[in-house]
Design a protein. Structure first.
Lengths: 104, 213
Protein backbone atom coordinates (compact mmCIF):
# COMPACT_ATOMS: atom_id res chain seq x y z
CA UNK A 1 0.00 0.00 0.00
CA UNK A 2 1.47 3.34 -1.07
CA UNK A 3 1.48 6.43 1.17
CA UNK A 4 -0.37 9.52 -0.15
CA UNK A 5 3.01 11.18 -0.78
CA UNK A 6 4.21 8.24 -2.87
CA UNK A 7 0.98 8.25 -4.87
CA UNK A 8 1.34 11.99 -5.55
CA UNK A 9 4.98 11.48 -6.51
CA UNK A 10 3.93 8.82 -9.03
CA UNK A 11 1.24 10.99 -10.55
CA UNK A 12 3.64 13.93 -10.76
CA UNK A 13 6.26 11.74 -12.42
CA UNK A 14 3.71 10.51 -15.00
CA UNK A 15 2.84 14.12 -15.86
CA UNK A 16 6.53 15.02 -16.24
CA UNK A 17 6.92 12.07 -18.64
CA UNK A 18 3.84 13.27 -20.50
CA UNK A 19 5.30 16.74 -20.90
CA UNK A 20 8.61 15.39 -22.18
CA UNK A 21 6.90 13.07 -24.63
CA UNK A 22 5.02 15.94 -26.30
CA UNK A 23 5.27 15.97 -30.07
CA UNK A 24 5.75 19.35 -31.72
CA UNK A 25 3.22 20.18 -34.44
CA UNK A 26 4.73 20.52 -37.93
CA UNK A 27 5.29 24.02 -39.32
CA UNK A 28 2.50 25.30 -41.47
CA UNK A 29 3.63 25.59 -45.09
CA UNK A 30 3.66 29.37 -45.34
CA UNK A 31 4.70 30.22 -41.80
CA UNK A 32 8.19 31.44 -42.80
CA UNK A 33 6.74 33.68 -45.50
CA UNK A 34 4.18 35.09 -43.12
CA UNK A 35 6.91 35.95 -40.58
CA UNK A 36 9.07 37.65 -43.22
CA UNK A 37 6.11 39.65 -44.53
CA UNK A 38 5.52 40.93 -41.02
CA UNK A 39 9.24 41.69 -40.59
CA UNK A 40 9.32 43.68 -43.85
CA UNK A 41 6.23 45.62 -42.75
CA UNK A 42 7.85 46.40 -39.38
CA UNK A 43 11.16 47.26 -41.07
CA UNK A 44 9.49 49.98 -43.16
CA UNK A 45 8.34 51.91 -40.08
CA UNK A 46 10.64 50.76 -37.28
CA UNK A 47 14.02 49.34 -38.37
CA UNK A 48 16.24 48.04 -35.55
CA UNK A 49 18.63 50.75 -34.38
CA UNK A 50 21.91 50.09 -32.66
CA UNK A 51 21.65 51.94 -29.36
CA UNK A 52 24.74 53.80 -28.37
CA UNK A 53 24.70 52.77 -24.74
CA UNK A 54 28.44 53.40 -24.36
CA UNK A 55 28.04 57.20 -24.31
CA UNK A 56 25.19 56.99 -21.79
CA UNK A 57 27.30 54.70 -19.59
CA UNK A 58 30.21 57.15 -19.75
CA UNK A 59 27.99 60.12 -18.79
CA UNK A 60 26.48 58.27 -15.82
CA UNK A 61 29.85 57.01 -14.65
CA UNK A 62 31.33 60.51 -14.80
CA UNK A 63 28.38 61.97 -12.90
CA UNK A 64 28.63 59.26 -10.25
CA UNK A 65 32.36 59.79 -9.89
CA UNK A 66 31.93 63.59 -9.56
CA UNK A 67 29.24 63.18 -6.88
CA UNK A 68 31.40 60.72 -4.90
CA UNK A 69 34.37 63.09 -5.14
CA UNK A 70 32.26 66.03 -3.88
CA UNK A 71 31.08 64.02 -0.86
CA UNK A 72 34.63 62.91 -0.13
CA UNK A 73 35.91 66.50 -0.28
CA UNK A 74 33.23 67.76 2.12
CA UNK A 75 33.98 64.95 4.57
CA UNK A 76 37.72 65.62 4.34
CA UNK A 77 37.17 69.34 4.89
CA UNK A 78 35.13 68.64 8.01
CA UNK A 79 37.79 66.29 9.37
CA UNK A 80 40.71 68.62 8.61
CA UNK A 81 39.05 71.73 10.08
CA UNK A 82 36.47 70.83 12.74
CA UNK A 83 35.87 74.54 13.27
CA UNK A 84 34.41 74.74 9.79
CA UNK A 85 31.14 73.12 10.80
CA UNK A 86 30.82 75.13 14.00
CA UNK A 87 31.60 78.44 12.27
CA UNK A 88 29.17 77.65 9.48
CA UNK A 89 26.35 76.82 11.89
CA UNK A 90 27.19 79.99 13.88
CA UNK A 91 26.90 82.11 10.75
CA UNK A 92 23.55 80.61 9.87
CA UNK A 93 22.22 81.27 13.39
CA UNK A 94 23.37 84.87 13.09
CA UNK A 95 21.57 85.26 9.76
CA UNK A 96 18.33 83.96 11.27
CA UNK A 97 18.63 86.32 14.19
CA UNK A 98 19.25 89.33 11.90
CA UNK A 99 16.35 88.44 9.62
CA UNK A 100 13.96 88.38 12.56
CA UNK A 101 15.11 91.95 13.41
CA UNK A 102 14.26 93.10 9.88
CA UNK A 103 10.83 91.56 10.13
CA UNK A 104 10.14 93.52 13.28
CA UNK B 1 22.79 26.78 -43.43
CA UNK B 2 22.94 25.30 -39.91
CA UNK B 3 19.49 24.90 -38.45
CA UNK B 4 19.80 24.59 -34.69
CA UNK B 5 17.99 21.72 -33.11
CA UNK B 6 18.88 21.88 -29.45
CA UNK B 7 17.93 19.18 -26.98
CA UNK B 8 14.76 20.07 -25.10
CA UNK B 9 16.15 19.87 -21.59
CA UNK B 10 18.55 22.49 -20.29
CA UNK B 11 20.57 25.00 -22.27
CA UNK B 12 22.79 22.21 -23.47
CA UNK B 13 24.53 24.02 -26.30
CA UNK B 14 27.73 22.91 -24.58
CA UNK B 15 27.02 19.29 -25.44
CA UNK B 16 27.47 20.02 -29.15
CA UNK B 17 30.96 20.21 -30.68
CA UNK B 18 32.59 23.41 -29.44
CA UNK B 19 34.12 24.44 -32.76
CA UNK B 20 30.84 24.08 -34.61
CA UNK B 21 29.01 26.06 -31.96
CA UNK B 22 31.56 28.88 -31.93
CA UNK B 23 31.43 29.03 -35.72
CA UNK B 24 27.65 29.05 -35.65
CA UNK B 25 27.53 31.84 -33.05
CA UNK B 26 29.91 33.93 -35.16
CA UNK B 27 27.65 33.40 -38.17
CA UNK B 28 24.65 34.53 -36.08
CA UNK B 29 26.49 37.66 -34.97
CA UNK B 30 27.46 38.47 -38.54
CA UNK B 31 23.82 38.12 -39.64
CA UNK B 32 22.66 40.35 -36.78
CA UNK B 33 25.18 43.04 -37.80
CA UNK B 34 23.95 42.91 -41.39
CA UNK B 35 20.28 43.15 -40.38
CA UNK B 36 20.99 46.13 -38.11
CA UNK B 37 22.96 47.73 -40.95
CA UNK B 38 19.79 47.61 -43.05
CA UNK B 39 19.89 44.22 -44.80
CA UNK B 40 16.42 43.15 -43.63
CA UNK B 41 16.40 40.01 -45.81
CA UNK B 42 19.27 38.53 -43.76
CA UNK B 43 16.77 38.15 -40.94
CA UNK B 44 15.21 35.28 -42.87
CA UNK B 45 18.46 33.30 -42.45
CA UNK B 46 18.45 34.01 -38.73
CA UNK B 47 14.82 32.97 -38.45
CA UNK B 48 15.36 29.72 -40.40
CA UNK B 49 18.41 28.85 -38.29
CA UNK B 50 16.53 29.26 -35.01
CA UNK B 51 12.89 28.49 -35.71
CA UNK B 52 13.10 24.94 -34.28
CA UNK B 53 14.77 26.23 -31.15
CA UNK B 54 11.98 28.79 -30.68
CA UNK B 55 9.24 26.30 -31.55
CA UNK B 56 10.50 23.84 -28.95
CA UNK B 57 10.46 26.49 -26.23
CA UNK B 58 7.04 27.80 -27.22
CA UNK B 59 5.62 24.29 -27.67
CA UNK B 60 6.56 23.48 -24.09
CA UNK B 61 4.56 26.42 -22.77
CA UNK B 62 1.57 27.24 -24.94
CA UNK B 63 -1.16 25.12 -26.60
CA UNK B 64 -0.10 23.60 -29.92
CA UNK B 65 -2.68 25.54 -31.92
CA UNK B 66 -1.11 28.81 -30.74
CA UNK B 67 2.58 27.91 -31.25
CA UNK B 68 2.89 29.39 -34.76
CA UNK B 69 1.29 32.67 -33.71
CA UNK B 70 3.45 33.10 -30.56
CA UNK B 71 6.61 32.07 -32.45
CA UNK B 72 5.89 34.75 -35.05
CA UNK B 73 5.49 37.37 -32.32
CA UNK B 74 8.83 36.28 -30.86
CA UNK B 75 10.65 36.77 -34.16
CA UNK B 76 9.07 40.20 -34.62
CA UNK B 77 10.14 41.17 -31.07
CA UNK B 78 13.62 39.82 -31.78
CA UNK B 79 13.82 41.87 -34.98
CA UNK B 80 12.74 45.14 -33.35
CA UNK B 81 15.03 44.48 -30.38
CA UNK B 82 18.13 43.50 -32.41
CA UNK B 83 19.65 46.90 -31.62
CA UNK B 84 19.87 45.89 -27.97
CA UNK B 85 21.66 42.58 -28.63
CA UNK B 86 25.17 43.17 -27.32
CA UNK B 87 27.04 40.10 -28.68
CA UNK B 88 28.14 39.21 -25.14
CA UNK B 89 26.05 36.03 -25.03
CA UNK B 90 25.23 33.62 -27.87
CA UNK B 91 22.31 34.76 -30.02
CA UNK B 92 20.22 31.60 -29.28
CA UNK B 93 20.38 32.40 -25.54
CA UNK B 94 19.21 35.95 -26.17
CA UNK B 95 16.41 34.62 -28.37
CA UNK B 96 15.42 32.07 -25.71
CA UNK B 97 14.91 34.81 -23.12
CA UNK B 98 12.58 36.63 -25.53
CA UNK B 99 10.72 33.36 -26.20
CA UNK B 100 10.23 32.47 -22.53
CA UNK B 101 9.10 35.97 -21.59
CA UNK B 102 6.68 35.99 -24.53
CA UNK B 103 5.16 32.73 -23.28
CA UNK B 104 4.74 34.34 -19.88
CA UNK B 105 3.01 37.34 -21.54
CA UNK B 106 0.78 34.88 -23.42
CA UNK B 107 -0.57 33.39 -20.19
CA UNK B 108 -0.86 36.75 -18.49
CA UNK B 109 -3.16 38.00 -21.25
CA UNK B 110 -5.32 34.86 -21.21
CA UNK B 111 -8.45 35.07 -19.11
CA UNK B 112 -8.20 32.77 -16.10
CA UNK B 113 -10.32 29.78 -16.98
CA UNK B 114 -12.64 28.21 -14.46
CA UNK B 115 -11.38 24.65 -14.21
CA UNK B 116 -13.24 22.65 -11.55
CA UNK B 117 -12.31 19.02 -10.89
CA UNK B 118 -15.68 18.11 -12.36
CA UNK B 119 -14.35 19.31 -15.75
CA UNK B 120 -12.42 16.05 -15.93
CA UNK B 121 -14.20 12.97 -17.18
CA UNK B 122 -14.33 9.33 -16.15
CA UNK B 123 -11.62 8.64 -18.76
CA UNK B 124 -9.23 10.94 -16.93
CA UNK B 125 -10.02 9.27 -13.62
CA UNK B 126 -9.39 5.86 -15.21
CA UNK B 127 -6.04 7.15 -16.49
CA UNK B 128 -5.07 8.22 -12.97
CA UNK B 129 -6.04 4.80 -11.64
CA UNK B 130 -3.98 3.09 -14.36
CA UNK B 131 -0.93 5.25 -13.54
CA UNK B 132 -1.23 4.31 -9.89
CA UNK B 133 -1.53 0.65 -10.80
CA UNK B 134 1.35 0.67 -13.32
CA UNK B 135 4.01 -1.74 -12.08
CA UNK B 136 6.60 -1.74 -14.86
CA UNK B 137 8.46 1.24 -16.33
CA UNK B 138 7.21 0.27 -19.77
CA UNK B 139 3.60 0.36 -18.67
CA UNK B 140 4.22 3.65 -16.87
CA UNK B 141 5.77 5.26 -19.97
CA UNK B 142 2.88 4.01 -22.11
CA UNK B 143 0.38 5.65 -19.76
CA UNK B 144 2.31 8.94 -19.88
CA UNK B 145 1.94 9.09 -23.67
CA UNK B 146 -1.85 8.80 -23.66
CA UNK B 147 -4.12 11.67 -24.69
CA UNK B 148 -5.78 11.71 -21.24
CA UNK B 149 -2.36 12.30 -19.67
CA UNK B 150 -1.84 15.42 -21.74
CA UNK B 151 -5.33 16.67 -20.88
CA UNK B 152 -4.82 16.12 -17.15
CA UNK B 153 -1.49 17.96 -17.33
CA UNK B 154 -3.04 20.93 -19.16
CA UNK B 155 -5.91 20.96 -16.68
CA UNK B 156 -3.52 21.04 -13.70
CA UNK B 157 -1.26 23.70 -15.25
CA UNK B 158 -4.33 25.76 -16.14
CA UNK B 159 -5.16 26.08 -12.48
CA UNK B 160 -1.79 27.65 -11.66
CA UNK B 161 -1.07 31.40 -11.85
CA UNK B 162 0.95 32.47 -14.93
CA UNK B 163 4.10 32.87 -12.77
CA UNK B 164 3.71 29.46 -11.14
CA UNK B 165 2.88 27.82 -14.44
CA UNK B 166 6.00 29.25 -16.07
CA UNK B 167 8.31 28.20 -13.25
CA UNK B 168 6.80 24.71 -12.95
CA UNK B 169 7.21 24.22 -16.70
CA UNK B 170 10.79 25.48 -16.81
CA UNK B 171 12.14 23.88 -13.66
CA UNK B 172 10.07 20.76 -12.99
CA UNK B 173 8.85 19.75 -16.44
CA UNK B 174 11.63 20.96 -18.78
CA UNK B 175 14.33 20.23 -16.20
CA UNK B 176 16.15 23.58 -16.33
CA UNK B 177 18.36 24.42 -13.36
CA UNK B 178 17.46 27.36 -11.12
CA UNK B 179 20.35 29.34 -12.66
CA UNK B 180 19.14 28.67 -16.22
CA UNK B 181 15.54 29.52 -15.35
CA UNK B 182 16.65 32.75 -13.65
CA UNK B 183 18.65 33.75 -16.74
CA UNK B 184 15.71 33.01 -19.04
CA UNK B 185 13.21 34.89 -16.90
CA UNK B 186 15.43 37.80 -15.90
CA UNK B 187 14.56 37.09 -12.24
CA UNK B 188 17.01 36.62 -9.36
CA UNK B 189 18.00 33.05 -8.48
CA UNK B 190 16.49 33.42 -5.00
CA UNK B 191 13.20 34.55 -6.52
CA UNK B 192 13.13 31.58 -8.89
CA UNK B 193 14.05 29.15 -6.11
CA UNK B 194 11.31 30.42 -3.79
CA UNK B 195 8.79 30.57 -6.63
CA UNK B 196 9.70 27.05 -7.83
CA UNK B 197 9.15 25.66 -4.34
CA UNK B 198 5.78 27.39 -3.95
CA UNK B 199 4.70 26.51 -7.48
CA UNK B 200 5.47 22.84 -6.96
CA UNK B 201 3.52 22.86 -3.71
CA UNK B 202 0.59 24.50 -5.52
CA UNK B 203 0.75 21.83 -8.25
CA UNK B 204 0.84 19.07 -5.64
CA UNK B 205 -2.22 20.52 -3.92
CA UNK B 206 -4.04 20.44 -7.24
CA UNK B 207 -2.98 16.84 -7.90
CA UNK B 208 -3.96 15.87 -4.38
CA UNK B 209 -7.45 17.24 -4.97
CA UNK B 210 -7.59 15.25 -8.19
CA UNK B 211 -6.32 12.05 -6.67
CA UNK B 212 -8.66 12.08 -3.67
CA UNK B 213 -11.88 13.05 -5.42
Amino acid sequence: MRTPDERLEKLEQALIETHRARQMPPWEGRWDESVMQEIRRVARRQPPVRRNDDVAHLVWRTAGFAAALAVLLVVLLMIVSPKFAIEESGLVAEEIHLSSLFLE
Amino acid sequence: MVEHDYPARGMSLETLPGDMMAQSFRADDELVRRVVAGETECFEDLMLRHRNHVRRIVGNHVPHDRVAEVAQEIFVKAYTGLGTYRFEEPFPHWLATIAVRSCYDFWRTQQAADLPVSALTADHQRWIDRVMAARSDENFAEQARRQEASEVLQWALGRLSPENRLVVTLVHLDGHSIREAAALLGWSMINVKVRAHRARRALRNILEELETR
